[in-house]
Design a protein around this ligand. Structure first.
Ligand code: ARG
Length: 467
């Protein structure tokens, strides 16, 4: 048989594969990343085959020893990956046969590359999800700690990016934290559907050997064998679910990034990011650029792209396995790497945020952010809300002209607009009074922020690793 014809399936072919076609159809350049999981799956498969009497115990041990040695060769960078051997599965199998002879060829009994690859990706995704979860937990913990520390720090809250009402910085951080809580739940939910075992589906219809799929599932830590062989080899929903999770998470991180970028600007001047998260400009010596949040914001696009790629990849595919499915790996690998790196960047950076409290406070004071508090005060004194709105509107117009915040006006000045206003108005016109008054669950009062931070800590501890 010619060199370029694959030994694993060349039997029925009368001419070698075209060199370009061999390269075009090969996946080994990227799917070698699944080598560890491929070997893990093969060891479990061989163990099960011996358990049901398809392999002898000696054959099983020879296979496992061979695979373990191959694992070492791969880790040491000594393994010679071959494109004519197409993919990670056939590369490893061919090497096994090189090493142990005929017994190596028995490993593939009762299995196909179709259920093998589906199993490998699921094992890989499960491993990566656990690493990603650990980074997400680290980020959430850091965010909750910072929020607790900054429960009393006052900043302007915005709608339409216009100063609206004062809030606490801790409250703002806990809003971010809520987004991440939902992402965390989505990730763990996705993991449940990842952790189902395709092995045993073989090419598409199952196998005639007396396999025990429960044994293999248990050896590999899967929750259960997949229910239907056709579905097992063709389903890539879990990859789409993961990239959906990833897209929503990156959308959230990009919103946080956008705020960090704004806040570090001279125009906002709300926070400082330590130098190690920033870079300079080669031409403008004064610059310190928030590269890390900018890059996270930018990387969101490629993750959305991977979600679209996978949805489109699966659209209209007939059952069961199609070669199209080989295209699932690169988007998935890049999504995994991007999510992990962005979470790491954020988990390192968030605890290092240095709020510029005076500057935040001053910004909240400048924007008439307690105008709603004055209206609520008038309502409490019996004024109808619409009239109160009008009175406060006139007070703000006066403040704009006279360049005074509401809290800086004298009682007489305020009384021009309503005789109902009395000395006690100044308790609500201060920023501290304004935030403290929003004292209910979900409100921005420092007392509530501290309570919310402690609830968040408990909820995180309960959710962590809950798969
Ligand atoms: N390299 C293939 C993939 O990644 C493995 C399965 C190929 N199966 C087949 N019958 N061609 O999807």
């Amino acid at each position: 048989m010619s060199q370029a014809t694959n030994q694993s399936w060349g039997g029925r072919f009368s001419e070698p594969t075209d060199a370009f076609v061999a390269r075009f159809t090969a996946s080994v350049t990227f799917d070698q990343r699944l080598a560890r999981q491929d070997i893990q799956g093969s060891i479990a498969h061989a163990t099960m085959l011996a358990r049901v009497g398809v392999l002898t115990d000696d054959e099983r041990d020879t296979i496992i020893n061979g695979l373990t040695e191959i694992q070492g060769e791969i880790e040491r960078g000594e393994f010679n990956w071959s494109i004519p051997l197409e993919d990670v599965h056939m590369n490893i199998e061919a090497r096994l046969t090189d090493k142990i002879g005929i017994t190596g060829k028995k490993l593939h009994t009762g299995r196909s590359r179709n259920d093998q690859v589906a199993t490998d990706i699921r094992l890989f995704m499960r491993d990566e999800i656990d690493v990603i979860e650990a980074e997400l937990v680290r980020l959430r913990e850091g965010m909750i700690e910072l929020a607790d520390r900054e429960a009393d720090t006052i900043m302007p809250g915005f709608t339409h990016l216009q100063t609206a009402q004062p809030v606490t910085f801790g409250h703002h951080l806990l809003a971010w934290q809520e987004m991440l809580t939902r992402d965390h739940e989505r990730l763990l939910d996705c993991r449940k559907r990842v952790n189902v075992m395709p092995l045993g589906a073989a090419a598409l219809a199952g196998t005639t050997y007396p396999i025990d799929r429960h044994v293999t599932a248990e050896l590999l830590g899967f929750d259960r064998p997949a229910e239907n062989s056709l579905d097992a080899v063709s389903d890539r929903d879990f990859a789409i679910e993961f990239t959906s999770f990833a897209s929503i998470l990156l959308m959230h991180l990009s919103r946080m990034s956008e705020e960090l970028v704004l806040w570090t600007s001279a125009q906002f001047d709300f926070i400082d990011l330590p130098d190690r998260f920033c870079t300079g400009s080669s031409i403008m010596p004064q610059k310190k650029n928030p590269d890390v949040p900018e890059l996270v914001r930018g990387k969101t696009g490629r993750v959305y792209g991977h979600l679209m790629a996978l949805l489109t990849l699966m659209k209209s595919q007939p059952l069961a396995y199609n070669k199209d499915n080989q295209e699932d790996k690169e988007p998935l690998f890049d999504a995994v790497d991007t999510v992990r790196d962005c979470l790491k960047a954020f988990a390192d950076m968030v605890p290092a945020i240095e709020p510029k409290k005076d500057s935040m406070y001053e910004a909240a004071r400048r924007g008439f952010s307690t105008a709603t508090d004055l209206a609520d005060y008038l309502v409490r004194k019996g004024v109808a809300f619409r009239d109160a709105h009008e009175i406060v509107g006139q007070s703000v117009a006066y403040g704009l002209k006279s360049k005074k915040d509401l809290s800086e006006m004298t009682l007489e000045e305020l009384q021009q607009f309503s005789a109902t206003i009395e000395q006690d108005v100044f308790e609500v016109l201060t920023l501290e009074g304004s935030v403290a008054a929003r004292n209910h669950i979900g409100g921005t009062a420092p007392e509530q922020v501290r309570a919310a931070a402690s609830r968040a800590r408990e909820a995180l501890a309960a959710l962590k690793g809950d798969a």
